[in-house]
Ligand binder design. Structure first.
Ligand code: ADP
Ligand code: MG
Length: 697
């Protein structure tokens, strides 16, 4: 069979060299294979004719059937345009051409019936279609089913390449080469998921006889796309390739055992136990652990991190915990020291502001091994920081560290340390397994017992007095409150002003309470001073911007008011809300909005009032924002250029593809069995070997 990737698209009848160059530059279509894999953006039902009287709002491309009443030419030379008045009996619209005016004027006549196809636009109450495709109803083929509409660029349109032209080239290519479309999935996979063959899928995605066939074609092509993405990810991941050997930590020794039996102040939740099992199996496997630990705020990740560190210590190595900010590093340091010091474990903190003398001691103790756990910011990955034997690295809030920074840490040892990455920004598992392809994913999906879910309320400006009263009641029983103002990025001055006004208002509303204030433009020392006022309960109310989003832990704070809540994204609201509900008492989060809200904004805020489950929120967030934002943050180093699958909405297919690829690699790690022979060539064509960044991490 001919290799369709090797046949230049110019040889498709009707394309030719000039248009081939356009297709290449504008749409990255080089070959016949590319052309057949250039899928329609939408479909039009060819049996459906739209009455002009029914046009309204934002219209898709539609078919209209009727006659031209007359034609008029306006303007001169390059500026001239041809307008045809078109009626279908229900209404009239204008049909406009800017090019090929003479030819068009000759081709179409008033009084004859035509079917036009194009996107109606409305201006000043009048509808028009620019450069529609036109078929004479007498001579038109009795086309049925759905017709694909292909995405175009401005330059293509200006060169008279229409969706119709592409449609026709695709039809030609299908008739000549359709039989040469090779199957890319193993027969047992097709059978198991009842997927249609590749050649049927390609035929139907361009020419669906009906909706159900389109559906099946899309399903098959999505599966294929995600299948190859998973093959790529799993083959490049350390886990599968066995490239990175890891040290084995077989011992559970006295550090771990003493902590577990004597110090641990509560029983672990089921989820924490399960995750510890997963981690222990990694540490015993002989391969380097690369595990992403996801858990909602307050789910108890810290103790899991500590127990993992204790295993590293029990096996004679050191551990290091890295956090994105000084505040967070300090908090981790304090809670780890409180739990670890009674066991005789030496924990130290290293940040940019560590004094020279303390630093000297840290350097010495790291080298002679008497420092067991180092907690810090980016400072811990500077070259001068040398461990005697680093066995484990814990990274908090992974998304703020890039792949390169992780790589630097790993370079500190001849045997790379195990890596545990913790994040409180939950992402759906199927997405995690794609974005963080080289990481295994563990999830703590259960909160410690006794937590009362935070009550979240949506309130409008006219209810402000009630809101103030509710806050007052919490303060009166000795609780504390956060009042959060949105970040106004485009205008820093305005932001400070609104924060200051907010502060003044809060002062007037609560004259008998102390009020602290923090924002991003403060000097670190001032910020810390204000935070401490609140943390030590000297201040009762904290007026803040989103700087408090991560890590701030004041269990006595039981109410948070978020002003202009409509300005925040879902993920951010969830993180902010996580600052309350950290104690045993009922907590409240009040979303204030001044404006009438509708659409997605309303959905967002209402979702917040209906659930506290971070994964539900993350999933909804992903669907509302679309995956684009997230692909931008790809950590796996694998280029993602999806044609048809959607990471946000195709979770089930991702999962199925992942399972299938894992099962396949289990029985055929080299992908050399005859029934899998199509996989490696296809993979190489999809992901041509360039300098392979993913290897670095
Ligand atoms: P996060 O996952 O947000 O880092 P933390 O580790 O800070 O959560 O834990 C939140 C709080 O819950 C801490 O006060 C911690 O001591 C407590 N905690 C953790 N695990 C349990 C448990 N199994 N039972 C009761 N309390 C727990
Ligand atoms: Mg934490």
């Amino acid at each position: 069979m001919p290799d369709l990737r090797k046949i230049d698209v110019q040889f498709v009848k009707g394309v030719g060299p000039a248009r081939a160059a356009l297709l290449r530059d504008e749409l990255k279509i080089h070959s016949v294979h590319d052309l057949l894999h250039f899928f329609p953006r939408e479909y039009v039902d060819r049996q459906h004719i739209y009455p002009i009287s029914s046009f309204s709002g934002e219209m898709p491309s539609v078919q209209v059937k009727g006659r031209f009443v007359n034609f008029t030419v306006a303007g001169e030379g390059a500026k001239s345009r041809l307008t045809g008045l078109f009626t279908d009996g229900t209404g009239t619209m204008e049909v406009v051409w800017f090019r090929r005016i003479k030819a068009i004027r000759q081709a179409y006549n008033p009084g004859v019936q035509y079917v036009l196809f194009g996107k109606p636009q409305s201006f000043n109450g009048h509808w028009s279609i620019v450069h529609p495709e036109i078929e004479n109803t007498e001579t038109a083929s009795a086309a049925r089913g759905l017709r694909g509409v292909y995405p175009l660029t401005e330059r293509l349109r200006n060169s008279s390449v229409s969706s119709r032209s592409i449609f026709q080239w695709v039809q030609t290519a299908l008739s000549v080469y359709g039989r040469s479309v090779e199957e890319t999935l193993p027969a047992h996979v097709l059978g198991k998921y009842r997927l249609v063959s590749k050649s049927d899928a390609i035929q139907w995605i361009h020419n669906p006889p009906e909706h159900i066939t389109l559906q099946r074609a899309r399903e098959r092509l999505k599966f294929e796309e995600l299948f190859y993405l998973q093959v790529k990810i799993l083959l490049s991941s350390n886990k599968r390739s066995g490239m990175v050997r890891g040290r084995v930590f077989p011992r559970i020794g006295s550090f771990f055992n003493n902590f577990y039996s004597q110090t641990l102040p509560f029983p672990l939740t089921g989820a924490q136990k399960r995750v510890m099992k997963e981690i222990r199996s990694d540490l015993g496997s002989g391969r380097q652990m690369n595990r992403l630990l996801q858990g909602d705020v307050g789910s108890g990740k810290t103790v899991v991190a500590l127990m993992t560190m204790l295993i590293a210590l029990d096996n004679g190595t050191q551990a290091c915990l890295m956090a994105p900010t000084e505040i967070l590093a300090t908090q981790h340091y304090e809670s780890l020291r409180a739990m670890a010091a009674p066991l005789g474990i030496n924990v130290k903190l290293l940040t940019g502001s560590t004094k020279a003398k303390a630093r000297g001691e840290i350097d010495r103790q790291l080298l002679d091994g008497s420092l067991h756990i180092l907690v810090g910011t980016h400072a811990v990955i500077e070259d001068r920081v040398k461990f005697r034997d680093l066995g484990l690295v814990v990274i908090d809030e992974q998304h703020r560290f890039g792949v390169m920074q992780r790589a630097r840490l790993w370079a500190k040892n001849e045997f790379p340390p195990h890596v545990l990455v913790m994040t409180a920004t939950p992402i759906p598992r199927t997405l995690a397994m794609t974005l963080y392809g080289d990481l295994d994913v563990s999830v703590i999906d259960e909160l410690p017992p006794g937590r009362k879910p935070i009550t979240t309320l949506l309130r409008y400006e006219q209810q402000r007095m009630d809101v103030l009263k509710a806050v007052g009641r919490q303060l009166a029983i000795g609780r504390q409150a956060y009042i959060v103002f949105p970040l106004i990025e485009e205008n820093e001055k305005l932001q400070l002003q609104s924060l200051q006004e907010g502060y003044d208002f809060v002062r007037e509303a609560f004259p008998s309470y102390e009020i602290a204030m923090v924002h991003g433009r403060m000097k670190p020392a001032e910020k810390e001073y204000q935070m401490n006022l609140f943390a030590s309960h000297k201040a009762h109310i904290l007026v803040a911007t989103t700087v408090i989003e991560v890590g701030v832990n004041v269990p006595n704070a039981s109410v948070m008011v978020i002003e202009n809540a409509e300005r925040f994204g879902l993920a951010q609201l969830h993180q902010l809300r996580g600052r309350v509900g950290r104690g045993a008492d009922q907590s409240y989060c009040i979303l204030m909005t001044k404006v009438k809200i509708a659409g997605d904004t309303r959905k967002r805020l209402e979702l917040m009032t209906s659930t506290t489950d971070g994964f539900v929120i993350a999933e909804a967030d992903l669907k509302m924002r679309g995956p684009g934002d997230i692909e931008g943050t790809m950590q796996s180093g694998i280029p993602l250029d999806l044609r048809i699958a959607n990471l946000a909405t195709d979770g089930q297919i991702i999962q199925a593809a992942r399972n299938e690829v894992e099962a396949l690699l289990d029985v055929d790690a080299e992908i050399s069995h005859p029934e899998h022979k199509m996989i490696l060539p296809e993979l190489r064509a999809l992901f041509p070997p360039v300098s392979d960044l993913s290897r670095i991490s």
